[in-house]
Design a protein around this ligand. Sequence first.
Ligand SMILES: NC(=O)c1ccc[n+]([C@@H]2O[C@H](COP(=O)([O-])OP(=O)(O)OC[C@H]3O[C@@H](n4cnc5c(N)ncnc54)[C@H](OP(=O)(O)O)[C@@H]3O)[C@@H](O)[C@H]2O)c1
Length: 426
Amino acid sequence: MTPVRIGIAGLGTVGGGLLEMMAAGGPLAGAVSLSGICARDRARKRAVDVSAVPWFDDPVALATAPDVDVFVELMGGADGPAKAAVEAALRAGKAVVSANKALLAEHGEALAHLARESGAQLRWEAAVAGGIPAVKVLREGLAANRVQAVAGVLNGTCNYILTEMDRTGRAFAEVLADAQQLGYAEADPTLDVSGADAGHKLALLAAVAFTGTPDFGGVALEGIAAVEPVDLETARFLGYRVKLVARAARTGAGITQSVRPTLLPADHPIARIDGPLNAVVIDAEPVGRLVLTGRGAGAGPTASAVAADLMDLAFGDVRPVFAGPADLMADPAATATAVAVPSRFYVRLRVADRPGVIAAITDLVARHGISIESFLQRPPEPGATSVPIILTTKPCPEAELRAAIAELAGTDVLLGTPLVMPVESA
Ligand SMILES: NC(=O)c1ccc[n+]([C@@H]2O[C@H](COP(=O)([O-])OP(=O)(O)OC[C@H]3O[C@@H](n4cnc5c(N)ncnc54)[C@H](OP(=O)(O)O)[C@@H]3O)[C@@H](O)[C@H]2O)c1
């Protein structure tokens, strides 16, 4: 193996983890040699002593430096310096390794185009599920399979918050504040709790599994802020757990992509993934179901994925940026947009505490052709004038369910905003 000469832009959590791995010796140290580094603040103390490594203030200059074969982008951000530097490297025909899911999910198609034009490699294992080699499994191990669905718990922050809410019965805002103090959530948690971060990762996984191009705009996004302790408690009572599930699936009418809080049977492999862990479940033919779990973030696990890409490049491995086999692009399912697939649903309504309300709700859903599977009235919360009603449905189109709820919203029965979550089977 000829060591590849690398330039690393971004020396924070992931960049620092990579420097530590290189300093620790082992296979990575033999596969790469460090030609240059770049970050914002030259004076900042780094994970290892890098005072002897050539410093670049400008990531684009590092990306195009003559003694850099592989540009390692670990700065972050969908646009700005990360995008400019990755584009410059690819245009110059240099390989790029990046952990930047926002950049790849939002500009992946254009970057893949640039890479194809110049014949450069663009690798991004670390952008999805940190230390779990999900991209490799899909792209290489399952290259000859037909993937039916790829689903996962892809955001450790949301999983930690939901796990803690479930464990302690505390509200979302309280647990989020704790997660921020513990460093499990960013000061601005919007990207995580809105589902967008998981959506970026899902769009990337779906590109490899199905479509050949990430379509982040096609991911239906719903975050976890509306989930309440009563939902987690009721889900448990019914034999389920609530997780923020990112799911892309092949359906009769096309590929669906969604990130939303979802009820999973308690014995479903993803239901058991707690705290900051990630999981990816792949259903494919002929292999069947694969379940991958592990640490989805942090210096070591993420650097491990970056290192794997670097070692592949050192071995001369050549892969397309997203799609596996070329015939993926010709799959008619790959071009269809998301469709509403009938599903079972969990619905939490807060309703006026008075006679006749339950009959009004059951009449209404029956008029919309929706069959109820279970119906529970929970005790009113202290000081509340409303009572939570929870129902689960048999499979129905979500649009019909939403229409029924919209009709209810026009009456004085419904108080507050309802929560609708899909209920998955095993
Ligand atoms: N952290 C994780 O667990 C994790 C997991 C998977 C993927 N990722 C992805 O990995 C990437 C890096 O994340 P991170 O957590 O390591 O971020 P981080 O700790 O905030 O580090 C970012 C690094 O980029 C440098 N940087 C920022 N803007 C720059 C600019 N304009 N020019 C030069 N350098 C600049 C910073 O310089 P200074 O140090 O001088 O401020 C810092 O060294 C992101 O795309 C992230 O989404 C992270």
